[in-house]
Design a protein around this ligand. Structure first.
Ligand code: GAR
Length: 191
């Protein structure tokens, strides 16, 4: 097993991707240590999950800062203190701003629950279902200043021809977990 790389995971909600990646890291499936979890929603389930797993977290409320640049400066200083090399966004519902992008250029990746460039933005799975697609999927891409528009790293598709948002969401989550773990592993093994 190669040396462990320090990664951070950013999340805002349930945290199933966070949990899957952190579990894979603990099990040695990926050559990574989750050195920091960053969350902008103090009430989110992911905060409890990080605590239960013993992963350090930085939880903040944007409204307590004067600007995005201010809270991102704080995030960058925490990431540097934790020696984080790669940032994985996993359901982080804030647009990443200039402070973070310039500090971690080319080292921020995101997972999105659609086959980009289709269905960018919020409610991607609902948008796809409303459109009537028969093939859903997930995409991992680099983050830049565009909305869900950075270079694509990996994608996976699944067929689904029903109308249960819960069912298709669960299917997408399970491919997301697998795809994210494989992609992080590939990126870190290259370094
Ligand atoms: C995931 O499906 C992820 O793709 C999506 O949020 C969900 C988080 O689930 N992200 C976006 O929509 C980003 N635009 P989780 O909290 O259970 O990992």
């Amino acid at each position: 097993m190669s040396a462990k790389h320090k990664i951070a995971i950013f999340a805002s909600g349930y945290g199933s991707n966070f949990e899957a990646i952190a579990t894979a890291a603990f099990a040695g499936v990926i050559p990574a240590e989750v050195a920091l979890m960053v969350c902008d929603k103090p009430q989110a389930r992911v905060v409890e999950v990080a605590q239960r797993m013993g992963i350090p977290s930085f939880v903040f409320s944007a409204k307590e800062y004067a600007s995005k640049a201010d809270y991102e400066r704080e995030i960058v200083s925490r990431l540097r203190a934790a020696e984080v090399e790669l940032i994985c966004l996993a359901g982080y519902m804030k647009i990443v701003g200039e402070e973070l992008l310039s500090a971690y250029e080319g080292r921020i990746i995101n997972i999105h629950p659609s086959l980009l460039p289709s269905f960018k933005g919020a409610r991607a799975i609902e948008q796809a279902m409303e459109y009537g697609v028969k093939v859903y999927g997930a995409t991992i891409h680099y983050v830049d200043s565009s909305l869900d528009g950075g270079r694509i790293i990996a994608q996976r598709a699944i067929e689904y021809d029903g109308n249960s948002i819960e069912e298709v969401t669960a299917k997408i989550h399970s491919i997301e977990h697998e795809l994210y773990i494989q992609t992080i592993s590939k990126l870190l093994n290259k370094e």
